[in-house]
Design a protein around this ligand. Structure first.
Ligand code: C2E
Ligand code: CA
Ligand code: CA
Length: 588
C-alpha cells in the first residue's frame, strides 16, 4: 500500500490508537487518530480518508455503531471501507456492525498482524467496489441519457413522469405534457448528410434546454419538486414535462414559445436550414392519470397537429381517441376486406379533348365493408399505406384492372387503356416491375393497354433507382403518368430524364380555374410544360362546361370528370359504351 493511503482511527483509548497507528505505518500507510466519533466525522468531512478503523465502545459521546451510521449518511462515503473494532467476536457484534454499515469487523483484544492483513484486504476490495460503482454510474448514463443531445431518454422520462404524477396526486397539482415532433430531419439528413442531421438534433436539444432554463442537474438528481424536464424519445421526437401548471391553458404559452424558438433558422456549414415543429399537449389529471396514458394522448394530439399541416400545437381531446379507435377498427376490417371480397373497382372514362373519343378509363378502388359500410378511398388508402396492406391491395387492383381490360378487349369495347393508381410504397419495391410483368403475362393483356399513375413523391424516393424502375416499366411497353401533378415539387430537369407520357393535373387546380387566376396560371404552365417535354396533359375533376372550354383554349389534351362521366361499375361501363362512344364537346 502506498504512503498516500490514509487511514483514520477513531478510538477513545489513546494507547490502543497508538498501537493501531504503528501497525498501519509499518505497512507503509499514513494513520491519523482521533478520540471520539464526533471528531472522527468532522475530520473525515474535512480531509477524507481511504478507510476508517472504528472502536465500538466509546462511553463519552457517540458509540461506534452510531458513528458508523452517521458516516454512511454522508454522500461521499458510499464506497468508504469501515472496520469496526468490537469487544466480542460473536454473531451479535457481527450483525450490529453490518447493520450500522460497516464493511468488516475485528474483535478486541486485537491481533495486530491480522488487523494489517484484513485492512489491506478491505482496501483492495473497496477499489473493486469503487469500480463497480463507477461502471454502474456509466450504465446509468447509457440507460437513462441520450448520447447525442445529453438529454434524458425515454426510459428516464417515463420514470420521472411516474414519480411526478405520484407527487402531483398527493399535492393536488396539475401537470402538462408536451410531445414534440420536428418536421424536417429527413430532409436535412437526405440533403446535407447525417452529420448535419446530428448537429440539428443537438441544436434542438440546446434550444429546448435554454428555452426552459433547465439544467442537467434537475435531470440528474431526478428532482420531483417542480421544474420542467426535457427528454429525447428517439429520432426527432422530444417530450417536455411542465410541473406544475396552474391552469391547463398555461401549457399553450410554453408551446407557442417553443414553436417560435424551434422555427428560427438553423445554420450548419454555411447552410441556412428551416424546420418546424408539431406539438401535442396532454394534461394531468384531466386527460389521463398514468404516465403511459399522458404520453399516448400527447402523441395523438401531436399526430393531429402534424396531419393538419404541422408547425403548431394542439391539446388532446377525447374525440382524438375516438378517431384513433375508429382507425384501429377500420384496420382490423381492412385486413379481411380482400378475402371477404369487399373490394371492387369502379372505372371513370377519360376523353381526348379534340376528338371527343374515349381514350381509356381510370380504375378507382371501392370498399364496401360489411361492418362499416361504404368507405371513402381517401381514408382507407392512407390507412392501407400505413399498415403495409397497400402492397396486397395494390396487387389485387392491378390484377383485377388488367383482367377487366382484357375482357373488354376481347368483347371489342373501345376501352383503349386502363389507368391504375400505384401507391409510392408499391412502386419503391424492387420487384414492382416484375409483378407488373407477371400480371400482364398471366392475364394476357398487351402492355400498351396499361397505364400506371404514379405520384410525384414516387419520383423523389431514394430507396431504389427511380430511373431504372421507370425505364424497365417503359421498356415493357407500359405507359406512365404523374398523378396529382402540381401538388409536389418535381423539378423540371429531373422530370425531363424520365420516360413519362402523361401529366395529370390535380383536380384542385381545375376546380376554381375560372375564378382563381393563380390556379389558372399553374394549369396553363403545366400544359405548356407538357408540350415542351413532349408529354400529354390530362385534367381531372372537370365538372363544368366552362372549365372544359377553358382547358380546351389552353390546349389541354385529355379530360376526366363528373361532367363527362362519373366512376362506374364494369356493367355500367359496358352500357355507357354501347350508347355513347364519342362525346361531342363542341355542342356542349
Ligand atoms: P385520384 O387518383 O386523384 O382520383 C381521382 C378522384 O377524383 C377519384 O376519387 C374520383 O372519383 C374523383 N373525381 C373524378 N371526377 C371528379 C369530379 O369531376 N369532381 C370531383 N370533385 N371529383 C372527381 P376517389 O375515387 O374517391 O379516389 C380518391 C383517391 O384515392 C384517388 O385520387 C387516389 O389517390 C386514391 N385511390 C383510388 N383508388 C386507388 C387505388 O386503386 N390505388 C391507390 N393507390 N390509390 C387509389
Ligand atoms: Ca389517379
Ligand atoms: Ca388526382
Amino acid at each position: 500500500m502506498a504512503t498516500n493511503t490514509r487511514i483514520l482511527i477513531i478510538d477513545d483509548d489513546p494507547l490502543m490508537s497508538l498501537l493501531v497507528a504503528k501497525t498501519i505505518e509499518s505497512l507503509g500507510m499514513t494513520a491519523t487518530t482521533v478520540t471520539s466519533g464526533e471528531a472522527g466525522i468532522n475530520l473525515y468531512k474535512e480531509q477524507g480518508a481511504d478507510a476508517i478503523l472504528l472502536d465500538v465502545v466509546m462511553p463519552n459521546g457517540m458509540n461506534g455503531f452510531e458513528t458508523c451510521r452517521a458516516l454512511r449518511e454522508l454522500p461521499e462515503s458510499r464506497c468508504l471501507p469501515i472496520m469496526m473494532m468490537t469487544v466480542k467476536d460473536d454473531m451479535e457484534s457481527l450483525r450490529n456492525s453490518y447493520t450500522a454499515g460497516a464493511t468488516d469487523f475485528i474483535a478486541k483484544p486485537l491481533n495486530f498482524p491480522l488487523l494489517g492483513y484484513r485492512l489491506q484486504y478491505m482496501l483492495r476490495s473497496s477499489d473493486t467496489t469503487k469500480q463497480l460503482f463507477e461502471s454502474e454510474r456509466r450504465l446509468h448514463r447509457i440507460a437513462y441519457f441520450d448520447n447525442l443531445t445529453g438529454l434524458p431518454n425515454r426510459q428516464f422520462f417515463r420514470e420521472h413522469l411516474q414519480m411526478t404524477i405520484a407527487l402531483a396526486e398527493r399535492l393536488n397539482l396539475k401537470l402538462g405534457l408536451m410531445y414534440l415532433d420536428m418536421d424536417g430531419l429527413k430532409r436535412i439528413n437526405d440533403s446535407l448528410g447525417h452529420h448535419v442531421g446530428d448537429q440539428f438534433l443537438k441544436e434542438i436539444g440546446d434550444r429546448l434546454r435554454h428555452s426552459l432554463r433547465i439544467t442537467d442537474a434537475i435531470a440528474w438528481s431526478g428532482k420531483t419538486d417542480g421544474g420542467s424536464a426535457i427528454a429525447r424519445l428517439g429520432g426527432d421526437e422530444f417530450t417536455i414535462l411542465l410541473s406544475p401548471i396552474t391552469r391547463n391553458e398555461d401549457a399553450a404559452l410554453v408551446a407557442e414559445r417553443i414553436r417560435q424558438i424551434l422555427s428560427k433558422p438553423y445554420i450548419f456549414d454555411n447552410h441556412e436550414v428551416y424546420a418546424s415543429v408539431s406539438i401535442g399537449i396532454s394534461t394531468y389529471p384531466d386527460d389521463s392519470t398514468t404516465a403511459e396514458g399522458l404520453l399516448q394522448n400527447a402523441d395523438l394530439a401531436m399526430y393531429h397537429t402534424k396531419r393538419t399541416g404541422g408547425d403548431g400545437f394542439r391539446y388532446f381531446s377525447k374525440t382524438m381517441t375516438e378517431i384513433a379507435n375508429r382507425r384501429l377498427t377500420m384496420e382490423t376490417y381492412l385486413r379481411k376486406a380482400l378475402e371477404r371480397e369487399e373490394m371492387e373497382l369502379h372505372y371513370q372514362p377519360q376523353f381526348a379533348v379534340r376528338s371527343g373519343d374515349c381514350i381509356g378509363v381510370e380504375a378507382l378502388l371501392r370498399w364496401h365493408s360489411q361492418e362499416l359500410g361504404q368507405m371513402p378511398p381517401s381514408e382507407f388508402i392512407t390507412l392501407a399505406e400505413k399498415s403495409g396492406l397497400i402492397l396486397s391491395i395494390g396487387e389485387w387492383v392491378l390484377k383485377t384492372a388488367a383482367k377487366q381490360a382484357k375482357t373488354w378487349l376481347d368483347k371489342g369495347l373501345p376501352v383503349a387503356r386502363i389507368s391504375v393508381n400505384v401507391s409510392t410504397l408499391q412502386f419503391i419495391k424492387k420487384d414492382f416491375p416484375a409483378i407488373v410483368q407477371a400480371i400482364l403475362h398471366e392475364v394476357g393483356l398487351p402492355p400498351e393497354r396499361l397505364d400506371l399513375e404514379l405520384t410525384e413523391s414516387a419520383l423523389e424516393a431514394d430507396e431504389v433507382d427511380i430511373l431504372d424502375m421507370l425505364v424497365s416499366l417503359k421498356q415493357m411497353g407500359v405507359s406512365l403518368s404523374i398523378d396529382d401533378f402540381g401538388t409536389g415539387y418535381s423539378s423540371l430537369s429531373r422530370l425531363k430524364k424520365f420516360p413519362i407520357s402523361t401529366l395529370k393535373i390535380d383536380k384542385n387546380f381545375i376546380q376554381d380555374i375560372e375564378t382563381d387566376s393563380a390556379n389558372a396560371a399553374i394549369v396553363a404552365a403545366v400544359i405548356a410544360m407538357g408540350k415542351g417535354l413532349d408529354m400529354k396533359t390530362i385534367a381531372e375533376g372537370v365538372e363544368t362546361v366552362r372549365q372544359l372550354n377553358f382547358l380546351k383554349t389552353l390546349g389541354c389534351d385529355q379530360v376526366q370528370g363528373f361532367l363527362l362521366a362519373k366512376p362506374m361499375t364494369s356493367d355500367q361501363v359496358e352500357k355507357f359504351f354501347s350508347t355513347s362512344v364519342r362525346l361531342n364537346f363542341n355542342s356542349q
